[in-house]
Design a protein around this ligand. Structure first.
Ligand code: HEC
Ligand code: HEC
Length: 249
């Protein structure tokens, strides 16, 4: 016979319990706010106040996501650090801040797709599915794993929050040549990086004049000017649709 408690409960034992939601808020601040924002409004991780979730809309779906984490994404698993009950408290908190009046995404996704591959030349550095370049992060899941706010900021304020794993490496060789690219490896002795042409470089520190790593972006910082505000909305609408079922909501 299965002992009850082996399988996680399907219903939140703290449903509509304001005290539990308040406790959940405290937990959320410590563990979750670095990615989901101090008020769950999203950041590098998705906005959790929209009231609609890619993971599913039942309490049990949210519990599962927090317990198991997002496979292949930055979303960690909290089964050990928080445990069943505290995860339910956090779910109660998330429910308490859901707005339910989901704002429609401004902008036109199809127009944004054209701008992405055309005027913006974003595909020079970014992949979506099997198309595009490799120097920048793959954006196939961008709409699922990032908030709208983060996506907009990533386009117009490129140095605000550098994608983890994508600092810039610059090397000056002994004969004075300067090479720059996105980090692919870095330690005390060597650096590997890829430039926009997707050439891969590997240098030992002892073999070059200087080797520096900077937490600044190699993405052009000109898109805020290149695009009109309406075009920017379109591009963000396109990014927001990536990786979402049905192209976003
Ligand atoms: C290091 C960044 C990071 C931290 C810390 C983090 N998350 Fe996430 N979270 C993500 C990312 C990225 C996703 C998208 C995962 C996916 O779609 O597979 C996500 C997805 C989710 C989802 C599903 C959203 C949806 O629309 O399906 C929930 C719910 C969630 N996180 C809750 C939490 C809670 C609660 C905590 C703290 C206990 C937390 N997260 C901590 C990055 C993070
Ligand atoms: C010359 C290469 C290059 C071009 C062109 C470029 N990007 Fe980037 N992009 C990068 C690099 C490198 C990063 C990672 C560093 C950072 O956070 O800015 C990045 C990061 C991003 C991110 C954040 C990804 C994440 O998951 O954290 C988004 C979104 C993005 N770019 C969208 C765009 C869009 C939209 C365009 C076109 C309007 C564009 N990029 C054009 C190189 C580029």
């Amino acid at each position: 016979m299965l002992a009850s408690g082996l399988a996680p409960a399907q219903e939140n034992p703290f449903k509509n319990d304001p005290q539990a939601a308040e406790a959940g808020r405290g937990i959320f601040r410590i563990y979750c706010s670095p990615c989901h924002g101090i008020k769950a409004e999203g950041g590098r991780g998705p906005d959790l106040t929209r009231g609609v979730y890619n993971a599913g809309d039942k309490d049990a779906d949210l519990h599962r996501m927090i317990r198991e984490g997002g496979a292949g994404t930055e979303m960690p698993s909290y089964s050990v650090s928080l445990g069943e009950e505290n995860i339910w408290r956090v779910v109660a908190y998330i429910r308490s801040v859901a707005r339910r009046d989901v704002e429609p995404v401004r902008g036109d996704r199809a127009a944004g797709e054209k701008l992405f591959w055309g005027k913006g030349a974003c595909g020079q550095c970014h992949r979506v599915g099997t198309r595009g370049g490799r120097m920048g992060p793959d954006l196939s899941l961008a709409g699922r794993i990032r908030s709208l706010k983060y996506l907009r900021e990533a386009v117009v304020d490129v140095n605000a929050d550098i994608t983890p794993g994508y600092p810039t490496i610059s090397v000056v060789t002994r004969d004075g040549k300067k090479l720059t690219g996105v980090q692919r490896g870095f330690d005390n002795f060597s650096a590997q990086f890829m430039d926009v042409q997707e050439s891969f470089y590997s240098f030992l520190k002892g073999d070059v004049a200087t080797m520096t790593r900077e937490f600044k972006s190699l993405m052009p910082d000109t898109y805020g000017k290149l695009f009109t505000p309406a075009e920017l909305d379109d591009v963000v609408a396109y990014l927001h649709s990536l990786g979402r079922q049905g192209g976003g909501r």
